[in-house]
Ligand binder design. Sequence first.
Ligand code: PHE
Ligand code: ZN
Length: 876
Amino acid sequence: MLDIQKTANSEMADAAPAPVDPATIRREDYRPPAWFIPEIELDFQLDLERTVVRSKLDVRRSKSASADEPLVLQGDDITPTAVKVDGAAWNDWKLIEGDLVLPLTGASHIVEIEVELDPSTNTQLMGLYGSNGMLCTQCEAEGFRRITFAPDRPDVLSRYQVRMEADKAQFPVLLCNGDKVAEGDGENGRHWVQWNDPWPKPSYLFALVAGDLVSNNDSFTTRSGKPVELNIWVRDGDLDRTGHAMQALKDSMRWDEETYGREYDLGLFNIVAVSDFNMGAMENKGLNIFNSRYILADPEVATDADFDGIEGVVAHEYFHNWSGNRVTCRDWFQLSLKEGFTVYRDQSFSADMGSAALKRIEDVRILRAAQFPEDAGPLAHPIRPESYQEISNFYTATIYNKGAEVIRMMNTLMGPENFRKGTDLYFDRHDGEAATCEDFVTAMEDGGEIDLKQFRKWYETPGTPRVTAKLSHDPQTGTATVQLSQKIAQNGEKPKSSELVIPLRTALLDPETGAHEGEQLLLLDQTEQSFVLEGHKDHPVLSINRGFSAPIILESNQTAEELAFLSAHDDDPFARFEAVQRLMTGYLTAKVSGTPVDRDIILQAVAKILADKTIDPAFLAELILLPSEAFLGDQMVEVDPQAIHEEREKLRGKIAVQFEKQFRKLYKSCWPGEFSLDAEARAKRKLRNVTLGYLAASFTEDAAEVAFEQYREADNMTAMQGALAVLSHLEAEERAVAFDDFYKRFKGNPLVLDKWFSLQVMSQRSDTLKRVDGLSRHPDFTMSNPNRVRALYGAFTGNQVRFHDPSGKGYRMIADMVIALDKQNPQTAARFIPQLGRWRRYERGRSELMRLALEKIAAQPDLSKDVAEQVHKSLA
Ligand code: PHE
Ligand code: ZN
């Protein structure tokens, strides 16, 4: 009886539909809008504490919607103070879960709504908020509904006319999307500006800014001869730090004309830098709003990497004007349509502006550090997700960076000419529309004459494919056979075979000289496949996935000798870099798991690299860097951060001691001289910092002295930060002296102060946990500024050995911080969950402590949707 009952019950459970969580939004549930709003008029009476927003919506019932479909306008944390329909006061409305529901009967109406806001209490930084005395907005993804009631979905496009009015002394500058069409003075010291944006846009691209700002004013002439006024708006005093961003903007505008045939489409392009911002920057039409960290730079306060970050983000936001604004997303499941494509575009731009090889190494490093772990953990999702609870949680490395890799693979498969034909068709066909990823792929097929049927699997498959490559050789026939197979493992599960289309740029190198007769594109599109290559008398050396042509994990039967050979001879810079990384990774993971392994081969490889005079300093710096502790952890079944740290430090120390003389010589030869931002000077600064790190690791007595000297003499932030990074790990008294000096010097500059926080908590010293705790109480620490929170806690969670202290203190600190921050800024709080969410990957003790930290967060009452989704998925 019991057994039977049990069986029956479980069968019933199987047959019942999966419980529908009302909070979950599914891609398959997409329905077109019932109402369109072709025109929106907005009137803002702006004030830090009491802003009045009046809207006038021209609402039109969709032909496909039924006549009794009410008008539903999304709202979040707002109440109407007045509603009118067709000119008359209207009381027949309800607020249902924040949304304004109006039972309208006609095919079109004019709806007017008034809302009052207090921007000064908006700590979420979504909607209209105050930052440093100015007012600004952030609407993507669902922030517009915190400003006024509207169909806040990206497939409803409207033309906006906006009138802004504010106190003239407090807010002399009033900015919005589009063109300024009128302005004037009002009563009581107030003034107003009227803006008109001719391009229909979804609400997430709306923006306004009011503040006491000054601008770096410049101009650009499009290739068809249209003049564009350019402004970068900042606070007085920051103006002389906007030059690099302005140059990047002009370079981007030219590049998009030349590379994609895309011209700018307004007479004005404004950028505003704000200090409180949840993300990097935002592509609002004609009015990009930036985290000040991606605008402000001069050599004294910004590192070379900061300069690159600015160039890349300015380009990214500018490129969105076509990939995002002119062609937008139908719904948020299509986010990668604009983000993946735009990241690919900004990566290509930066590659063209500087060194393509270094850029590729950097991009892959980011992909592996941020996206691979995501893809392997409980929060894995395809680049086009199937469901979400809070869309803010899906601004991920998968959507952005893996999304970019997928576009890059299309380029590799199609070739640049057909790729361009595809993008031309895409922009033409969907201009002014809200499109889907499917629309993009179809346009690429039609325009680029290629069949991407099977390639589409990349859009629905989570997880990083593992590709096994085996090379065999038959001396008799002179044939080499590359045997490939693919599988995907997810969240600790057993790997399953997969059938993705994986383009692998491959070369077979002559085992003596390293020469080869050209590259081949091996197209792996089955679970297992062999490629036979003729004309190889001797057993060649396999160089595969050159340029990282596919975002995969490669498993090959290559020996350490072969990797050492590639590290000396491969003519593809990425592949050469990769060979050294794999050589070192193989050694270190073997050491950590107690497998005997040969170290000399690494030392010989490094010796060869150091002796190779053809390598330029920047590339040399990359080649001699050890893989990060986090990356090493990712290669292991069970992560033991302490063991990884120790083995890595031992190898670093050994290399440092063995080549001390060379490092010292290199260090001296990189004496920079006059500061310059050109490639050669930057390369020297980079190599100088890397060799300084090795000098410190060689236990020479003067390491602290040399680093301190570099700090003292530095006339630029790259050298200064490099010196501090080295000093941060040391016990020497120079450490405190330098950090105190740095604080005094830069305490008025928040962006530099962020570095001061980060550098200290990235220290390997055993007192780092205490320091994090102390810094969280420092008068300059605040939870209200996302940059500061990331500078302290974000940097700390990246410090693998100290964050994963066996006591679990690091985990508890993050959990407590998340609980506190969630009340203020859920979006930024939720971004810390993935660090704990990887608990299953760690050795038992830590794993349990990480899980407990997550449980503690989960047990809080009133968690935000943002944090709740991430925590529950991580524990599931
Ligand atoms: N769309 C922005 C970008 O990638 C990112 C962003 C998302 C900014 C959400 C703010 C809020 O360019
Ligand atoms: Zn973007």
